[in-house]
Design a binder for this molecule. Structure first.
Ligand SMILES: N[C@@H](CCC(=O)N[C@@H](CS)C(=O)NCC(=O)O)C(=O)O
Length: 221
């Protein structure tokens, strides 16, 4: 029995981070193959992934020859073969956790899209525009309200797939515009999330790497 996660660079692959973290949090054994997704080797490396996984992207989980692709599917699978604790037992709460996870998986990347995951590791961060600040204020309001309505330490009560899905956004936003005292529950949530041991493990490695500079950060918007 061999389980292999094809993952990506710690300071670039936010989708691999999510799959990796869900597996780790569920104490599931796996080996990891790091796929270098930096340009220009990215294209050859991902083409090799495409030989066994249709989207030719990471993450991919090879579970004893059975291929599961896409971060969301791997996270759900980790929860199902683990102890199931990453989704709330209450149906409405579970639906809300899935709502936030699905939003991140579909269109939430458009929120301050120039603050990509890689930029969280840049030595010099740029100042945000007024539009970006207004957008993040709204996002922090939504998160504050959501945390308050479930009265737990995480977004939807206990630690869940919603937290894992949102974590890379938490990291990129926090690196540029940490929540202040207007959002005390968001501040606490950010601290709790970022101090989880496996998150610290990934982030320590990410910070030790040479930053990956991408166009569009300093010029935009
Ligand atoms: N929806 C996919 C997105 C995966 C994805 O975009 N992965 C990036 C690396 S973090 C990648 O491999 N991209 C390849 C490409 O865009 O061609 C998932 O959730 O796993």
């Amino acid at each position: 029995m061999k389980r292999v996660l094809y993952s990506g660079n710690r300071n670039a692959s936010s989708w691999a981070f999510r799959a990796w973290l869900a597996l780790k949090e569920q104490a599931i054994d796996f080996d990891e193959v790091m796929v270098d997704i930096r340009r220009p080797q990215r294209w050859d490396n991902l083409a090799r992934i495409g030989e066994f996984s249709p989207p030719a992207a990471v993450p991919v989980l090879d579970d004893d020859g059975f291929i599961i692709f896409d971060s969301m599917a791997i996270m759900e699978y980790a929860n199902e073969i683990g102890n199931g604790s990453l989704l709330p037992s209450d149906a409405k709460q579970r639906a809300k956790a899935r709502s936030f996870a699905a939003w991140q998986h579909s269109t939430f990347g458009r929120v301050c899209s120039c603050l990509f995951f890689e930029s969280a590791f840049y030595k010099e961060k740029r100042a945000l525009t007024q539009d970006e600040i207004a957008t993040l204020n709204k996002v922090y309001d939504i998160w504050q309200h959501t945390i308050a309505s479930f009265s737990g330490d995480y977004l939807i009560g206990d630690f869940s797939l919603a937290d894992i899905m949102l974590l890379p956004s938490v990291i990129r936003f926090n690196a540029h515009y940490p929540p202040d005292g207007r959002w005390p529950l968001v501040q606490k949530w950010f601290e709790q999330l970022q101090s989880r041991p496996f998150v610290v493990e990934w982030m320590d490695e990410a910070h030790s790497l040479e930053p990956i500079y991408l166009p569009g950060y300093h010029n935009d918007p």
